[in-house]
Design a binder for this molecule. Sequence first.
Ligand SMILES: CC(=O)SCCNC(=O)CCNC(=O)[C@H](O)C(C)(C)COP(=O)(O)OP(=O)(O)OC[C@H]1O[C@@H](n2cnc3c(N)ncnc32)[C@H](O)[C@@H]1OP(=O)(O)O
Length: 550
Amino acid sequence: MKNYAQWSIQPPTRIEEVGATRLAAKFSGDRYSSVYSNTTDELRSDNAARSAFPDDVQLLDTTLRDGEQAPGVSLTPDEKVEIAEALEAADIDVIEAGSACTSEGERDCIRRVTDLDLDATVTSFARGIKSDIDHALDCNVDGITLVVPSSDKHIETKVGSTREEVIESSVELVEYATDHELWVELLGEDGSRADPEFLVELAEAGHEAGADRFCYADTVGHASPEHTYEVVEKLAELGPTSVHTHDDLGFGMTNVHAGLRAGADFVHGTVNGIGERAGNVAIEEVAIALSHSYDIETLNLPAVYELATTVSQNTGIPLAPNKAVIGENTFTHESGIHTDGTLKDGAMYEPYPPETVGRERRLVLGKHAGRAGVEAALNEHNIDVSDDELAAIVERVKTLGERDKRVTDADLLAIAEDVQGRDRERYVELLTLTTASGGEVPTASVKLRVGDEERTAANTGSGPVDAAVKAVRQALGPAANAELDSFHVDAITGGTDAVVTVEVEMTRGDHTVTVAASDSDITRASVDAMVDALDRLLAASPPEQPVADD
Ligand SMILES: CC(=O)SCCNC(=O)CCNC(=O)[C@H](O)C(C)(C)COP(=O)(O)OP(=O)(O)OC[C@H]1O[C@@H](n2cnc3c(N)ncnc32)[C@H](O)[C@@H]1OP(=O)(O)O
C-alpha cells in the first residue's frame, strides 16, 4: 500500500473528489425483477449472432508489466505476489508478471510469482534480444511475449535496424524460445503504425518459426476501430491472434471489439486500465462486456472488485469514481427519480446486478434526493416519520446537499432528530485527544465520556491516526467492536493549512452508518468521525450491558 500510509486505519479504497455529496444509506437490495435476465438473454442472443466473436476468448493481464509502467508505480515482490494471487482468484488465463530484462530485483519479483505455481500461465516481456529471453528463462516463466519493432519508426529510428533484419532475428528468437519450451507470443511493437503488409510478413514468419500466437499492438493508442479490424482480419487468417490496445483516443475497448470481430481470440489488458500514458484497456471491462453482451465468459466476475482494490492499494492509483465495473459511483444512486425506481426494482437503472462483479448497491442522499430515498434511508435506521415530517426532512437534506456538503447518515439522523423534536442521548463523546508523531513510535492518548464515566487510554500505531483509533477502541472495550468499512480523506482547501474532511463508514451487527468530520488536524477529524460513528451505532443497537460497564 502506498501514499496513504500516514492516514490509513485500514487501506482506503480511494480518496474522494471534493464536493461530492454521497453516502447516506446502504441498501441491501434483494428486489430484482427478472428484467435483468430477460433483457440480457435477448441482447446476448442478438449480439452473439451479429458479432461472430470466437466462442472462447482468453485474457492476458499485464498489470504487473504494462500496468507497472504507469509513471510512479513500482511494485515490491510482496505486492506483485498479492496481485498475482488476486488475478488467479479471478481466473485469469495468462499473467505477464514483468520484464525480466529490467533488473535483478524485477527477476526476483517474477520468480516470486512463478514460485506460486498458479494455474494461470505466467510470462515475461522480452525484447527482440536473446539475453532478454535468457533472463526470462532464469525466472522459470511458462512463456514470453517477444516484442519486436514493426513500424519503420521503431525499426529504423529506435532500434537502428531494417525490416529484413527484424524478420530474420524474430525467426531465430522464436525458435530459440520454443526450443526452450516457452509459450511464445510474438508482438509487433507499434503495429498500428506499421505497414500492414510488413506486419503480415512478420506474423507469417513468426508462425512458421513456431510462435504460439501473434499480437497486434496498438502501442501508442492511435488506431481507429476500422484500421484495427482490417489489419487483424488479415493477421487472424494466418494463425492465433491477440490484441493489445491503449486508451489514448478512448478507443481501447472499441479496438478490442473490432479485433475480436475480425478474428482475434486473445486480449491483453490491465486491472483498472492502468498503464503507460492513458493506460491500457481495463481487463474487468473486457470481461463484463463479453459476459453481459455476448455470453462469453472469461474472468470469475465476483472476484473482480477485490482484484481492483488490491491493485489500487498496491499501486497507489485510486479507483476513478465513474469507472465502469469498479468505480464507487457505478452502483450508487443519488437522484430521487433513480432512487425511487431502484427501490421499486433493482434493475430499474442498472444494466446488471452489482453482485455480479462483487459489489453492492448504495443509495446516497444529496441535493437530488426525493421522498422515497430519504424514507428508505430513515427506515434503515428504524426511524418512522409522518408525511409532514418526511417532507420537512427531505427539504433540509436538499438544502444541505445544495451547500456542496455530503449528506451522511449522521447528518440525516441529526435532521430527523431535530424535525421530530427528539433529544439525542450520546453514549460516547470525545473529550480530549493528544498525539505525538515526531518520535520513533507515533503515540496517542484519548479521554472519552462513556455513559456517565470518563475513561482514558493511550496506544501506539503506524501513524498518529492509527494510534488514536487504537486508543479509542481500547477505552471503549467490547463496545468498540465495529467494522471500519471505509475511510476517506479529502483536502477541502489546498496548502499546508488545509481543512480536511474524513468520512468513515462503520458497521456493527446489522447497522451501518456513515459520518463525516472536518478539521485542520487530520487526526482530530478522523477520531471525531469514528467516535461519532461508534456513538450512532451504539444508539442504533445499544449493548446489553451499559457501555460504561463493558
Ligand atoms: C511498448 C512497451 O511497453 S515497451 C516495454 C517498456 N519496458 C521497459 O522499458 C522495461 C524497463 N526497461 C529497462 O529497465 C531498461 O530500459 C532496459 C534494462 C530494458 C534497457 O536498458 P539500457 O540498456 O540502458 O537501454 P535503454 O533503456 O537506454 O534503451 C533501450 C534499448 O532497447 C532497445 N530496444 C527497444 N525496443 C526493442 C525491441 N523491441 N527489440 C530489441 N531492442 C529494443 C533500444 O533500441 C535501446 O537499445 P540501444 O541502447 O542499443 O539503443
